[in-house]
Design a protein around this ligand. Structure first.
Ligand code: G1P
Length: 306
């Protein structure tokens, strides 16, 4: 089973980041020195994805510009011996192929996935929800692809969440536990009440799906009155003889879709980054101490810039 294409639904308005997102795509929000979307594409490349199908809307042009060549900037940087400042971006642009597809009406995640139907053949493909950044030794999508090959079915990434948080996620119902981290799924429920949740295993933003999802989404869109949920499409896909598995991926997941999650991601990722860790560690230690910059007015504010 080859998985070389991935859909990235990036058409959302980013209302939780207003007013910033009035003129800037939320996918371009910086996490350390890179835009959030770059982490997604890097995870894709590390999982052998070659073709990224970006589902966008108006005001998202900056994403396409970012992953495009920039001859003038390259020329200037080269002249000043500063081409290295672009980091891995040049390599990404050379390796990855991008297709941008407009989703003109916000009809839900299932609808966004359907927008790429004409490019996906009879194959398995990846889905990245760009609000979720997952770091770890092995790329999260690569872990799912391994399971998809092994089990010959679709695979969803899950993580355990506290019972009071189930209403923020798609939640799986378990048909069979295969290993401590691998489950066969019987159905999914999108954002259930705590008392109706079939488990505390929440879908996080990575999927490997069969092309059968498109017919399944067709089925449910014929009676959907509101948004078309991917979660419902996946449950429906099982009626098209597709087995669905859930895998607890190894790694740390950050939800950068809201300002608090984004702040936690920046701090968490800085603490694991050799360039930033020493500074952020001493800054946090200082903030914590009674003699911190915040309380000791005699310290000069410039300390913060070191
Ligand atoms: C989406 C999915 C949900 C999933 C979540 C993960 O919800 O619909 O099933 O659990 O992403 O982040 P959203 O957070 O976009 O409302």
């Amino acid at each position: 089973m080859d998985v070389t294409k991935a859909i990235i639904p990036a058409a959302g308005l980013g209302t939780r980041f207003l007013p910033l997102t009035k003129a800037m795509p939320k996918e371009m929000i910086p996490v350390l020195n890179k835009p959030a979307i770059q982490y997604i594409v890097e995870e894709g490349l590390a999982s052998n994805i070659k073709h990224f199908l970006m589902i966008t809307s108006s005001k998202k042009q900056a994403i396409a510009d970012y992953f495009d060549a920039s001859p003038c900037l390259d020329y200037l940087l080269k002249e000043r011996n500063k081409l290295h400042l672009l980091g891995d971006l040049e390599k990404i642009i050379k390796k990855a192929h991008f297709t941008y597809i407009r989703q003109s009406s916000p009809l839900g995640l299932g609808h966004a996935i359907m927008m790429a139907r004409h490019i996906i053949e009879k194959e398995y493909f990846g889905v990245f929800l760009p609000d979720d950044i997952i770091t770890g030794k092995q790329a999260a999508l690569a872990q799912l692809i391994r399971i998809a090959r092994q089990e010959k079915g679709s695979v969803i990434a899950v993580q355990e969440v506290p019972p009071e948080c189930v209403s923020s996620y798609g939640i799986i119902a378990i048909k069979k536990q295969i290993t401590p981290n691998l489950f066969q799924v019987s159905h999914l429920v999108e954002k259930p009440n705590q008392k109706d949740a079939p488990s505390n295993l929440a879908v996080i933003g990575r999927y490997v799906l069969s092309h059968k999802i498109f017919n399944a989404l067709d089925d449910i869109s014929s009676y959907a009155t509101d948004e078309i949920q991917l979660t419902d499409g996946i449950t429906q896909m099982m009626k098209h003889n597709e087995k669905v598995f859930a895998f607890k991926v190894q790694g740390t997941r950050y939800d950068i879709g809201n300002p608090i999650g984004w702040l936690k991601a920046i701090i968490g990722m800085a603490l694991h980054d050799p360039t930033y860790a020493p500074y952020i560690k001493s800054y946090l230690a200082d903030i914590d101490s009674f003699d911190s910059l915040l309380y000791n007015k005699t310290k000069h504010i410039n300390h913060l810039n070191k």
